[in-house]
Write a protein that binds this ligand. Structure first.
Ligand code: X2X
Length: 336
């Protein structure tokens, strides 16, 4: 296929005078931006983002063309964050916890067992807590779109044994994303966490570099992690969301009316994606267990108590500082 396309292009080129080849076609976009993310094309994030960029192209009269690159195609999350900062990539969805390597407070929503339900999550993240985090992101030269996209409540999977109690995590070799909060939390459980970018997770599980990992059902499904894992423990140990980030210069370069369209359409797409994930949380339980993943429920109080006993909450309260911590507690109730 590549051969035919190239030959066709060469033939067309040969027939045109050089000046015509170099001139930009009349319909070319004024702004061609790259949007990177780490999920598979079947994940709602990709589906909703792809629909949004079509709409943005139409509403801006073709001036703004955003190309969506799924599956960490442009690099791992860690790499892509650097590319976003340099402007090589203009837009990127990233978990707040991974973003915390640059903006420490962005990890705050990942505090174990903080959010009892989605109503509490969105009230916080679309409200004061989200505003606080977005303010810190702006200070680091990135633009965070107003409405976060959902990654989901995270569950633990394993190839070797079901995780039923906090004790089962002792010494357990588990992959965590690249983020101090993730490492800290699983260290507090007594597990043996290894930081690995999502792009490498499937192969790390397949080759038994680690025995388990933790992710929301939508990621376990779209990333086909069920092929290399046997047990799924419903722990809901953390809620995780994706900030849609823009390179600040690239965002500022857009004419105000076009920028408003990009923001409105992307925020609306994020909200649709939230609803998709919530629905998937129900339907995927059946699909994944029918497919052979062995589900087990756990007692969240026991896991939370283990974190508390290990000093996890007091340690992170100190790290985040009183203002951020009290904003979190204002949304979710007292944690420590
Ligand atoms: O890396 C992960 O596990 C993922 C896909 O959930 C995130 O982006 C944090």
């Amino acid at each position: 296929m590549l051969k035919i396309t190239r030959r066709a292009a060469l033939t067309a080129g040969a027939a045109l005078p050089l000046v015509a080849i170099n001139r930009r076609p009349a319909h070319a976009a004024e702004f061609t931006y790259k949007m990177a993310h780490n999920t598979a094309t079947s994940h709602p994030l990709h589906i909703r983002a792809s629909a949004a960029v079509e709409k943005i192209k139409e509403l801006t009269g073709g001036r703004v063309e955003i190309q969506v690159f799924p599956n960490s195609q442009l690099g791992s999350d860690t790499d892509t964050l650097s590319q976003l900062r340099s402007g090589a990539v203009e837009m990127f969805t990233l978990s707040g916890l991974i973003l915390s390597t640059l903006v420490p407070v962005a990890a705050i929503n990942g505090i174990g067992f903080a959010f009892k339900d989605y109503a509490t999550v969105w009230a916080a993240m679309d409200g004061k807590l989200g505003a606080l985090v977005r303010g810190e992101i702006a200070k680091r030269g990135l633009y965070a779109f107003e409405n976060q996209w959902d990654n989901g409540y995270r569950q633990i999977t394993s190839a070797t044994k079901p995780i039923k109690t906090p004790d089962d995590l002792k010494g357990f070799k588990i992959r965590v994303p690249v983020s101090p909060l993730w490492t800290g939390m699983f260290t507090a459980f007594g597990a043996s966490p290894t930081s690995i970018n999502f792009a490498e997770v499937y192969s790390a599980l397949q080759t038994h570099i680690v025995d388990g990992q933790e992710n929301p059902l939508a990621i376990i499904n779209s990333g086909k992690l069920y092929e290399v894992q046997k047990y799924l423990s419903v722990t809901n140990h953390m809620w995780d969301g994706f900030w849609l980030l823009g390179n600040a210069k690239a965002m500022a370069a857009l004419p105000p009316a076009d920028r408003a369209i990009v923001e409105r359409e992307m925020n609306a797409a994020g909200k649709l994606e939230r609803a998709d994930i919530e629905a998937l949380n129900i339907s995927l339980k059946t699909k994944l267990s029918d497919g052979g993943l062995i589900f087990g429920d756990t007692d969240p109080a026991a896991f939370r108590a283990a974190l508390k006993q290990a000093g996890f909450y007091s340690e992170w309260r100190t790290k985040f500082g009183d203002v951020a911590w009290e904003t979190l507690e204002g949304a979710v109730g007292q944690l420590s």
